[in-house]
Design a protein around this ligand. Sequence first.
Ligand SMILES: C[S@@+](CC[C@H](N)C(=O)[O-])C[C@H]1O[C@@H](n2cnc3c(N)ncnc32)[C@H](O)[C@@H]1O
Length: 327
Amino acid sequence: MPREISAPSLFQLGYYWEAKIFLTSVKLDLYTPLADGPKTAKQLADTIQSDPDALSRLLDALVSIGLLRREGEAYVNIPELAEFLVKTSRFYMGELMLLQDAEWDHWGKLEEIVKTGQPAVKDNIFMNHPELGATVSRVLHRMAKRVAPALAEKIDLSSYKTFIDVGGGGGAFSIAFAQRYPHLKITLFDLAQTLKVSKENIEHEQLHDRIELVEGNFNTGPLPASYDVVFASDILHYQTDAENAALIQRLYHATQPGGVVIIKDMFIGDDDSEPGWNAVFSIHMMVYSEKGRCFKGERIREWMTKAGFDHIVEMEKNTILAGTKGI
Ligand SMILES: C[S@@+](CC[C@H](N)C(=O)[O-])C[C@H]1O[C@@H](n2cnc3c(N)ncnc32)[C@H](O)[C@@H]1O
């Protein structure tokens, strides 16, 4: 169901101030020094070299938004949020917020993009800004680590021997499947710059003898073949309809007869505005990539059928489609 907007929330929506206050707090990295304990505005200003008065006003705004607490003169982290906002935390996602902040100017072009239909950028960060792309891979990895073990538990791969993770990024899913299925031989396929991040994570988990890294571009050269399980997560939304149709054809060739393909992405449901987050995320892709968008699950199913996959099932609503390749 679309969200209902009341008159007060209409103003909150238009006044994007809170978003920019939050992004700035991450950019200034206010939460990491507070991990050591409460600090006054003056102490924090000394730590991050800022103006104490301007900073104290920002800190009070953060308290009013609910991102910090105040105890007397001191400011304190909120533990459930600190898990994501303190740089040394396992689930730190500040880089993703920095990316949103870096997109600020692109969002200013939304009106022009809608009027002209012309993208404001070329390609996407993974292709154009490999260093930034690697940073994003690190944070996406930390986020994916929260869901990957549950997915590896949910999808039963005990009868399969080989697995390829196409556009596997930091490797969260390869790692989770390797840990859940110790007999599975895994290949992670991605661009060179991203593989540096995958390598760090896989070595950290001591899985380098179980997960092979293969460099390549999944839109051009052929994919390594052939695998019992071909897994592709969150790669379709960077590409055009035609590129994805061709990519799924490549995934078909990479699948062993009798094997399965598992495609995970942020689908648009039967109603074009649902799920709400995916419909809005699709605008984010329009703003910060040349061709990206979210696709309807039905469209992805059509590409899979056309490529030759059958027994296509939606394993998770608006998120995962799986199909098999006949023997
Ligand atoms: C959003 S990330 C998804 C990472 C991971 N699969 C996940 O679900 O967390 C997209 C990944 O696709 C990779 N990628 C983008 N374009 C690519 C291409 N043409 N060939 C190979 N990999 C590509 C990026 O390097 C990145 O790791």
